[in-house]
Design a protein around this ligand. Structure first.
Ligand code: NAD
Length: 292
C-alpha cells in the first residue's frame, strides 16, 4: 500500500506557486489577488475561508475577505459580486457555500464573472469542463486529479466508481475520470443514495472515489484487492482522545481498507489540503490565462 500524501503534495504545489509569484513580481506586475465572500458566521465555513486566506498569504498572493451578514438579501449579495467582477485589482472570487436558505446559490454562482470563477462552479465553466475545454476545474476534483497525476496512477481502461453525485465533488469527478485524457479514460460508475447493489459495484472498482459524507462508510468487504481508494469525506466526530474533543473522520474505514489497497488517501492529510492548493493554482491561472 502506498499513501497518497496530500499534505506534502499540497506543500510542493504551494512552493511551485510561490516561485511563480516571485517571477510575476520581478516582471513588475501586481500580486495575484483572491477575494472570498463569507455570508454569516457558520463555524465550518469560517475555518475553510480562514485556511484559504492564510494559504494566499503563504504563497505571496493578496487576499480580501468580505464578510456579510446572514440577513443580506440575494440582490445585495449579487451587487457585491458585481463590484468584484468590475474590480481589475481582483483576479479570482469565491463565494463560500453553503449560503443562507433564503439565497439561491445558483443565481449567485451565475453572477460571478466566469474568468474570475476560480471555484469552477459557474455553468459556463462546468460546460467547458464537460467538453474538455481548458477552464477552472472545481478545486476538490482538481486536487484528486493532481494527486493521481503526481503519483502516476494508471487510469486508462480502469473501472472508476464514484460514490456521491454532488455538484462540487462527485459529479465533476465522474466527468473528469471519463474524459479522453490522462488522468481519465476510465469506465465510470457514478453512484448515489438511490443506487442499488452499491457493495457489488464497489467490489469491481479499480479506483474508488468516496464522497458521501458518512464516516467510515466504505468497509473492507466493499474493496477489491489492489484498488486505489480516494477518501473525500470530512466529518467532525466526538473523540475523548483529542484535546478539542473532536476529530476528523473520512468516509473510508481506513485501518481495514488500507492493507487491501494499492494507493490510499488518509483523512486528514489527503484530499483536504489538495483542495486549497488547487484553488491557489486556479487563481494563478486567472492571472496567467489558460494553456490552449
Ligand atoms: P453532499 O451532501 O452534497 O452529497 C452527498 C452525496 O452522497 C449525494 O449525492 C448522495 O446521493 C450521496 N449519498 C448519500 N448517502 C449515500 C449512500 N448511502 N450511498 C451512496 N451515496 C450516498 O456532499 P459533498 O458536498 O459532495 O461532500 C461529501 C463529503 O466530502 C463530506 O464529508 C464533505 O465534508 C466532504 N468534502 C470534502 C472536501 C475536501 O476538500 N476534502 C471538499 C468538499 C466536500
Amino acid at each position: 500500500m502506498q499513501l497518497l500524501d496530500g499534505k506534502q503534495t499540497s506543500q510542493d504545489i504551494q512552493q511551485e506557486i510561490a516561485v511563480q509569484v516571485e517571477h510575476i513580481l520581478k516582471e513588475g506586475k501586481k500580486k495575484p489577488h483572491l477575494a472570498a465572500i463569507l455570508v454569516g458566521n457558520d463555524g465550518a465555513s469560517e475555518t475553510y475561508v480562514g485556511a484559504k486566506v492564510r494559504a494566499c498569504e503563504k504563497v505571496g498572493f493578496d487576499s480580501t475577505l468580505i464578510r456579510l451578514d446572514d440577513s443580506i438579501s440575494q440582490e445585495n449579495l449579487i451587487a457585491e459580486v458585481e463590484k468584484i467582477n468590475q474590480n481589475d485589482n481582483i483576479d479570482g472570487l469565491i463565494v463560500q457555500l453553503p449560503l443562507p436558505a433564503h439565497i439561491d446559490e445558483l443565481s449567485v454562482t451565475k453572477a460571478i464573472y466566469p474568468l474570475k470563477d476560480v471555484d469552477g462552479f459557474h455553468p459556463e465553466n462546468v460546460g467547458k469542463m464537460t467538453l474538455n475545454i481548458p477552464t477552472f476545474l472545481p478545486a476538490t476534483p482538481a486536487g484528486i486529479i493532481e494527486l493521481i497525476k503526481r503519483y502516476k496512477i494508471e487510469t486508462e481502461g480502469k473501472h472508476c466508481v464514484v460514490i456521491g453525485r454532488s455538484n462540487i465533488v462527485g459529479l465533476p469527478m465522474s466527468i473528469l475520470m471519463a474524459r479522453n485524457s490522462y488522468p481519465g479514460n476510465c469506465t465510470v460508475t457514478l453512484t448515489h443514495s438511490r443506487t442499488k447493489n452499491l457493495k457489488e459495484i464497489c467490489q469491481s472498482a479499480d479506483i474508488l472515489i468516496v464522497a458521501l459524507g458518512r464516516p467510515e462508510y466504505l468497509t473492507e468487504d466493499m474493496v477489491k484487492e489492489g484498488a486505489t481508494v480516494i477518501d473525500v469525506g470530512i466529518t467532525r466526530v466526538k473523540s475523548d482522545k483529542t484535546k478539542s474533543g473532536w476529530k476528523l473522520k473520512g468516509d473510508v474505514d481506513y485501518t481495514a481498507v488500507a492493507d487491501k489497497s494499492s494507493f490510499i488517501t488518509p483523512v486528514p492529510g489527503g484530499v483536504g489540503p489538495m483542495t486549497i492548493a488547487m484553488l491557489l493554482k486556479n487563481t494563478l491561472t486567472a492571472v496567467n490565462g489558460f494553456d490552449v
